[in-house]
Design a binder for this molecule. Structure first.
Ligand SMILES: [Cu+2]
Length: 431
């Protein structure tokens, strides 16, 4: 199909979706009709529904991005609808004597906004010839099931080579960044013998009607696997015995253990919430106060996606410092003041051939706005956190001074629908 025509059609469909003329379901069907279903469900599921290219703007000096990967762009978009869960394959004994097992991929404790970044169970023992059904969460997160077989983890965000070198002057912009298709889309054979690159692709771009993601293990061995966006903590093991060996656990025993593992992680998250429930404060210049608020908590597999505390009353002239206490899980602190529009974090750009591009918006990745907030304009910390021990574009903490009385809502672009939530949002009241 002519790609220009395809792009125009996609833009038209998305416009009709955004203006409420067609439903999400119809949108998916129309997009599927022009070969863009995968982009469509990602776009809708993640709350990003543009088919336009990212606008590249000039950024403060020293905020360059090296292009190494691992950035996470998860969005919780509870109001965007929930895809129908995929049918569960028949678990347990199969007629041919093999087994189908279930491993659960991550999951959210909605009550406390604790993201459980683990595979459940963390280790499973099966026999050669058996298959594992990897059950993704509903609604989807931003996870993959990836067997690297000793290869390097592919970077999650990469420069778009097709975009060419940005013009050197004036002004120099960052390279156009995209979600690496090697990470985003399925790759490899689902018969796994311990070699090669096998990737489920991101759960958020799976279609509601997609077949369940299953891997059949053909050779005995001990195999590590991981989630690409959350690989610092989200790793697990499959032990494959010779065919016909005695199995240590059945699925029911495993499910009981899984429940214990989940409860333990939720308790870990609750302890983090209790620890950071109160803002701390120190004296700043001229009698002003510097307040400290947690922007995410939990360095292990329990990641609290909240600002703590999420409401704070301060005086004009005070400064708030947000610190990411869950450094390998990026967050933003973002104010949409008067005149600001809510930015999309990523854009879907249909490609001339092959899968569409998922383009990272530099306005969300990099800091924007000044150090003082008066209720005006777009003010963004950029991604706060660390990657491979190096700070993300926003650093690990972010400070903003408030000079004007008012009530200001803010949010994390990656984990909330907007400043009023739902998701990771907060309010600063200045008197
Ligand atoms: Cu966040």
């Amino acid at each position: 199909m002519n790609s220009d025509r395809q792009r125009k059609q996609a833009a038209e469909i998305m416009l009709r979706y955004r203006t409420g003329q067609i439903s999400r379901r119809e949108t998916l069907r129309f997009l599927a009709g022009i070969g863009l279903a995968t982009a469509g469900v990602g776009a809708i599921g993640m709350g990003v529904i543009s088919t336009g290219a990212a606008s590249i703007t000039s950024l403060p000096a020293g905020q360059g991005y090296g292009g190494h990967g691992g950035l996470h762009a998860a969005l919780l978009r509870q109001d965007a609808g929930t895809p129908a869960p995929a049918a569960t394959p028949p678990l347990g004994n199969q007629p041919d004597g093999t087994h189908i097992w279930r491993v659960r991929v991550a999951g959210m404790d909605m009550e406390n906004s604790i993201d459980l970044q683990a595979f459940f169970p963390g280790e499973i023992t099966i026999n050669a010839g058996d298959a594992i059904y990897f059950e993704f969460p509903t609604p989807p997160g931003f996870h993959t099931v990836t067997f690297l077989s000793g290869q390097e983890v592919p970077p999650l965000i990469i420069p778009d080579e097709a975009a060419g070198t940005p013009p050197a002057s004036p002004p120099p912009g960052p390279p156009k960044l995209i979600i690496n298709p090697d990470a985003a889309f399925p790759a490899g054979d689902t018969m796994y013998d311990g070699t090669g690159y096998l990737n489920s692709g991101l759960d958020v771009i799976r279609l509601p009607g997609d077949a369940p993601f299953m891997v059949t293990f053909t050779a005995p061995g001990t195999y590590e696997y991981q989630c690409i966006p959350h690989g610092v903590v989200m790793k697990a093991t499959v032990v494959v015995q010779e065919a016909g060996s005695e199995l240590p656990d059945d699925q029911a025993t495993i499910d009981t253990r899984v429940e214990q593992e989940r409860v333990a992680l939720i308790d870990e998250g609750k302890a983090e919430i209790a620890e950071y429930a109160q803002a701390t404060s120190t004296s700043g210049d001229n009698g002003a106060t510097v307040w400290e608020v947690a922007a995410g908590m939990g360095e292990g597999q329990a990641r609290v996606l909240q600002f703590m505390p999420n409401t704070l009353e301060i005086k004009a002239g005070d400064t708030v410092r947000w610190v990411n206490h869950s450094k390998t899980e990026p967050h933003t602190v973002t104010f949409l003041g008067a005149g600001a529009e809510q930015p999309e974090d990523v854009f879907i750009e249909p490609g001339p051939s092959g899968p569409p591009k998922i383009v990272q918006n530099p306005l969300t990745l990099f800091p924007q706005g000044g150090q003082v907030y008066s209720g005006q304009g777009y003010v963004n910390s950029g991604f706060l956190g660390e990657l491979n021990g190096e700070p993300l574009p926003g650093g690990v903490s972010y400070e903003l001074t408030f000079d004007t009385a008012g009530e200001y809502s803010y949010y994390c672009i990656l984990h909330a629908s907007g400043p009023e939530g739902p998701g990771m949002a907060g309010t600063i009241t200045v008197s």
